[in-house]
Design a protein around this ligand. Structure first.
Ligand SMILES: Nc1nc2c(ncn2[C@@H]2O[C@H](COP(=O)(O)OP(=O)(O)OP(=O)(O)O)[C@@H](O)[C@H]2O)c(=O)[nH]1
Ligand SMILES: [Mg+2]
Ligand SMILES: [Zn+2]
Length: 319
């Protein structure tokens, strides 16, 4: 169903009024008796189907459904809701700082930092890593790479060489093993008082890691298939957890593949942060940096200033 601009404007106006009313009610206790008292601001913890779990300001969880005219809410969203007994209804969505989208699907909102988790098994893939980095670049969010299960590698030097390519262009890389308890403490000190989200393929250990970082949580984790070495899609909903020392951690379900089909060629190019100094200086203004003569990107590649794997990844994505 698509709304006319006028309908859209009207819905936004009503939502803004509801938000303003709750803000006002919470600052004027004399309003406590009018019928808006049950309207409160809450945080979306998770969504399953049409139902949402909302946390109110006292930390209680309330199951809610959203009014039909409210845009889809996701973990991390701030909403206005009215509790009706044990149930509730969401009546307005607060303006987001940002929204994270993957393959046209909204994943989470109001994120401060992304953590891409990869592993020795299922083995990391450069093109998938590059897709996440491009997504981060285009949403203006900091992204860190976690390489988990390093105790499984007998070629750790090669692994470090592979990821040096990312460290060289400014992405922090953390080598970790949940099983062998390597690197966990250092990671803990990096998770500050912000909203962090763990992303990556199924079976890399996102939930296992969150279980380490938030004791007593006991999230379900699952063996990866011994035959295909792929994860079994154990986590099915994106869920926000509070870190006891401050900050939030969002666990998300692993995906095997994702396309950057919401991005155009320019955005994909901008997603390669180390290409930036060379962009805009090619002989042809509309240079696609493939076969054109006097292309500064290709010159940078030949001079060793752009890694061949990254350039190949660029070609794969724009073709
Ligand atoms: N060998 C080894 N196995 C690990 C390590 N960390 C996690 N695992 C195992 O990897 C498997 C998958 O872990 P999960 O935490 O379920 O992975 P996930 O990324 O949350 O997967 P989805 O929820 O499907 O996206 C489990 O059997 C874990 O015990 C590690 O450091 N080393
Ligand atoms: Mg999981
Ligand atoms: Zn060029």
């Amino acid at each position: 169903m698509s709304l006319t601009r006028r309908q859209q404007w009207r819905i936004e106006k009503i939502q803004a009024e509801r938000i303003a009313r709750v803000d006002k009610a919470s600052s004027h206790s004399e309003n406590l008796l009018d019928d808006t008292t049950q309207a409160q601001t809450g945080l979306v913890i998770t969504r399953y189907g049409q139902r949402l779990l909302i946390e109110n300001s006292s930390g209680d969880l309330i199951q809610c459904t959203a009014r039909r005219n409210i845009e889809s809410c996701v973990a991390g969203d701030q909403v206005v809701f009215q509790a009706l007994g044990n149930d509730g209804v969401i009546t307005a969505l607060h303006k987001r700082n940002n929204a994270l989208e993957r393959s046209h699907k909204l994943i989470a909102a109001n994120i401060d930092e992304l953590w891409l988790v990869v592993a020795i098994e299922p083995h990391y893939q450069f093109d998938l890593i590059d897709r996440y980095l491009i997504m981060a670049q285009n949403t203006n969010l900091a992204i860190n790479i976690i390489v988990n299960k390093i105790e499984l590698s007998d070629k750790i030097e090669q692994v470090k060489k592979d990821f040096a390519m990312y460290e060289d262009i400014g992405y922090p890389v953390h080598y970790l093993s949940v099983k062998a308890q390597i690197g966990i403490d250092t990671l803990t000190t990096q998770l500050d008082d912000k909203a962090h989200i763990f992303l990556g393929q199924s079976g890399v250990g996102k939930s296992s890691l969150i279980n380490q970082l938030i004791p007593d949580l006991n999230l379900r984790v699952n063996e990866i298939s011994s035959k295909s070495k792929l994860g079994k899609h154990t986590t099915t909903t994106t869920t926000l957890y509070h870190i006891p020392t401050g900050g939030d951690l969002i666990d998300s379900p692993g995906v095997r593949e994702f396309q950057l089909d919401t991005l155009n060629a320019k955005e994909i190019l901008e997603g390669f942060r180390e290409f930036k100094p060379f962009v805009g200086q090619c002989k042809f203004r509309n240079c696609a940096h493939i076969n054109e003569p006097n292309c500064t990107i290709k010159n940078a590649l030949e001079a060793g200033n752009i890694h061949p794997k990254r350039y190949q990844s660029y070609l794969n994505l724009i073709k």
